[in-house]
Design a binder for this molecule. Structure first.
Ligand SMILES: [Zn+2]
Length: 340
């Protein structure tokens, strides 16, 4: 069985000093791209579904994905990204579709930042139930958003209902220590200036906009804790240019450079969330394919081309973050645990 919890994967990543990209998926070609890329790179895979993902595809699709992941030749974690309210968390837990769930207590469903104590409380309640079911929990402290403007990026229509303050936008190391002590989350998402969506930065980010120094401070305060970075698409300039060249109209924007993520990996970052990059890779390929092959109308042709582009992007990230080659090591470890 190769369906595993987030904790299993991140413990291995910590011991062997690498990170795993966690890709959001919504449809068949995306899911296949992530898993096939992981098989190609011999990497563990984290597939995650946001509320938008859960609502987009029918449940039978996810049940099929779950069944496939169970017998995949690599370890797979199926993670529920961002549940904001307890009821939403319970629904994810009771669906039986996930080996890990995020309870994002940093902000409410309506976009209002929660206090530290409120965040601790909702996270503690989630942890208690998750432990009974043997699944992992990711919590979040700090709110995602731009350090210069205070605006939060949008994820599936969800964003902060007001501008955020600097103290909300940067996770405080001492608060992080207390939060982890009180909640015992398996993974902690931290805020360092990244945002959801394509529009993260209006220029290539410097340390003032993307604080890798903050990751280092948080890691120094909680060296054993697995950290998660959200909103880590790199928003490749050449991909944007090609989309616009083939009829798209995407405004100038910049993402998180892969090199910046790699700089943070030695400081406890074990899970790196990527959504927008897959959407961009998919759109670029479909636009280009249809422009270059105007006589084509069989979706299997352009969807296969888009799947190939997404798979290439996933392989690139598995290689960059150091998770390539680790799948079999984890599988052997699991076999030993079963036979012990
Ligand atoms: Zn997120």
């Amino acid at each position: 069985m190769s369906l595993v919890t987030l904790r299993t994967l991140l413990d291995h990543a910590q011991k062997n000093e690498y990170a795993i990209p966690a890709f959001n998926i919504n449809f068949l070609e995306q899911a296949a791209a992530v898993i096939d890329a992981a098989i190609e790179a011999n990497s563990p895979a984290i597939i995650q579904l946001s509320s938008g993902g859960v609502n987009y595809a029918p449940q039978w699709f996810y049940r099929g994905l779950y069944a496939y992941a169970k017998q995949a030749p690599i370890p797979v974690c199926i993670h529920r990204d961002h549940t904001y309210e307890y009821a939403e968390f319970l629904e994810a837990l009771n669906s039986g579709l996930f080996t890990s769930i995020m309870i994002d207590g940093s902000i409410t469903k309506s976009g209002l930042p929660r206090s530290f104590n409120e965040n601790v409380k909702i996270t503690q309640s989630a942890i208690k139930l998750a432990q009974e079911k043997g699944i992992s929990i990711e919590g979040e402290l700090g709110c995602l958003g731009a350090l210069d403007s205070g605006a939060s990026g949008e994820e599936d229509g969800h964003k902060a209902s007001r501008l955020l303050t600097q103290s909300e936008l940067l996770t405080d190391p001492e608060e992080a220590r207390l939060f982890v002590q009180k909640t015992k989350v398996d993974a902690l998402a931290v805020a360092i200036g990244t945002s959801h969506g394509a529009y993260k930065f209006s220029k290539p980010p410097t340390e003032q906009l993307l604080s890798i120094a903050q990751v280092k401070k948080i890691h120094a305060a909680i060296p054993e804790q697995h950290l998660v970075l959200h909103g880590c698409s790199s928003v490749d300039t050449a991909t944007l240019k090609s989309i616009n060249h083939h009829g798209g109209q995407i405004k100038e924007t910049y993402g998180v450079p892969v090199a910046s993520i790699c700089e943070a990996i030695p400081f406890g970052v074990r899970k790196v969330n990527i959504d927008t990059d897959l959407r961009l890779a998919c759109t670029e390929k479909i636009r280009k394919y249809l422009c270059q092959n105007p006589e084509q109308f069989d979706p299997r042709n352009y969807l296969a081309a888009s799947q190939e582009a997404m798979q290439k992007l996933c392989v690139d990230r598995y290689l960059s973050f150091g998770s390539q080659g680790q799948a079999q090591n984890i599988m052997s470890q699991l076999d030993e645990a079963i036979t012990a």
